[in-house]
Design a protein around this ligand. Structure first.
Ligand code: NAD
Ligand code: UDP
Length: 338
């Protein structure tokens, strides 16, 4: 079995490379390193003993993709490559549509030309509308996205679903991730955001290590158990294993299938801060600030479909997520150092 991993040097991609290699799957990475470091792939080799084959380049470069598909016979593709920063997408919408949708279109064109019609796509819980009751199910209402990033995932799913309808040979898993956090237990790979982190866990970790003065908790007047926002955080290694399970599924089933990858449990901002402090015996100074525009109070998955279709469920605990994040952050205070 041979798999092309676009965006494989990134946060989720590098953890998925480890799980693919550990499952004896030949792993080839295509990444332009616009939001990652090649060092992550050296670390994948340190963990697994095997280096993924690496092509540096852009998924939208059709000539390059053509060459990669001529040099390799892939059983399927995992498409992580894309831009993912919500506030940046509001400032640079065209860049987001161009990258996230352009890469998906070029990839599908070249895949079809080479008769490779199995794809795992990185989607997101952000495709769901805010009007839904919790938990979010795969058939909950979608749309009303509050930013261009969310719309690129919504439209990406739409494009892929139409492609699978037009040509029943396609098998596509539309994996809707909830909130991936944590790091590989070795502490060798983890999340390394550029600039000031937007997401909660990297901000907590950088505050604990002294790179940020204090965390601002965005809102403490939500209708939740302690007034702070509630999300469904899952360990990135569990998420990576979900991709291996999804490959097993699309080897056997055609069509485009949306599947939530989450734990099904909601955790508040204060739960997270307190667990991080207690598990790691570190201080995380914080204060309360106003709500962040576009945030919902609560978001968590119904995770049954992944169990039923993929035989996958998240196994790691919140304590594991906090401990493994800290092991990565404290042993790599500047991430990959680039
Ligand atoms: P990441 O930025 O760490 O990884 C994405 C990788 O894609 C990076 O290595 C980047 O250099 C590469 N890339 C971007 N555009 C490219 C292009 N045109 N050609 C080649 N390489 C390109 O992000 P991540 O957190 O690992 O996310 C992976 C995927 O999962 C993304 O599609 C993201 O939108 C999606 N996702 C992430 C989250 C999350 O919270 N991290 C949640 C839901 C969905
Ligand atoms: N959050 C926060 N301070 C931060 C970053 C995030 O209080 O510096 C809160 C945010 O309001 C939300 C939760 O933490 O309730 C998760 O935010 P994140 O951006 O990680 O995920 P998303 O909101 O995109 O699901």
């Amino acid at each position: 079995m041979k798999v092309l991993v676009t965006g494989g040097a990134g946060y989720i991609g590098s953890h998925t490379c480890v799980e693919l290699i550990n499952s004896s799957i030949d792993t080839v990475v295509l990444d332009n390193l616009c939001n990652s470091s090649e060092k992550s792939l050296d670390r994948v080799r340190e963990i697994t003993g095997t280096s993924p084959v690496f092509y540096k380049g852009d998924v939208r470069d059709e000539a390059l993709l053509e060459r990669i598909f001529s040099e390799n016979e892939f059983d399927c593709v995992i498409h992580f490559a894309g831009l993912k920063c919500v506030p940046e997408s509001v400032k640079k919408p065209a860049e987001y549509y161009e990258n996230n949708l352009g890469s998906t279109l070029v990839l599908c064109k070249v895949m079809a030309r080479h008769g490779c019609k199995r794809l795992v796509f990185s989607s997101s819980a952000t495709v769901y509308s805010a009007v839904n009751e919790m938990p979010l199910k795969e058939d909950s209402i979608k749309g009303d996205c509050t930013n261009p990033y969310g719309w690129t995932k919504y439209m990406g799913e739409r494009i892929l679903t139409d492609i699978a309808t037009a040509d029943p040979e396609w098998a596509i898993a539309l994996l809707r991730y909830f909130n991936p956090i944590g790091a590989h237990e070795s502490g060798l790979i983890g999340e390394d955001p550029r600039g000031i982190p937007n997401n909660l866990m990297p901000f907590i970790a950088q505050t604990a290590v002294g790179r940020r003065d204090r965390l601002t908790v965005f809102g403490n007047d939500y209708n939740t158990k302690d007034g702070t926002g509630v999300r469904d955080y899952l360990h990135v290694v569990d998420l990576a294993k979900g991709h291996v399970a999804a490959i097993g599924y699309i080897m056997e089933h055609k069509g485009a299938e949306p599947i939530n990858l989450g734990t099904g449990t909601g955790i508040s901002v204060l739960d997270m801060v307190e667990t991080f402090k207690q598990v790691n015996q570190v201080d995380v100074p914080y204060g309360f600030g106003p709500r962040r525009a576009g945030d919902v109070a609560t978001c968590y998955a119904q995770a049954d479909k992944a169990k039923r279709l993929l035989g996958w469920r998240a196994e790691k605990t919140l304590e594991d997520m906090c401990r493994d994040t800290w092991r990565w952050q404290s042993s790599n205070p500047d991430g990959y150092g680039e």
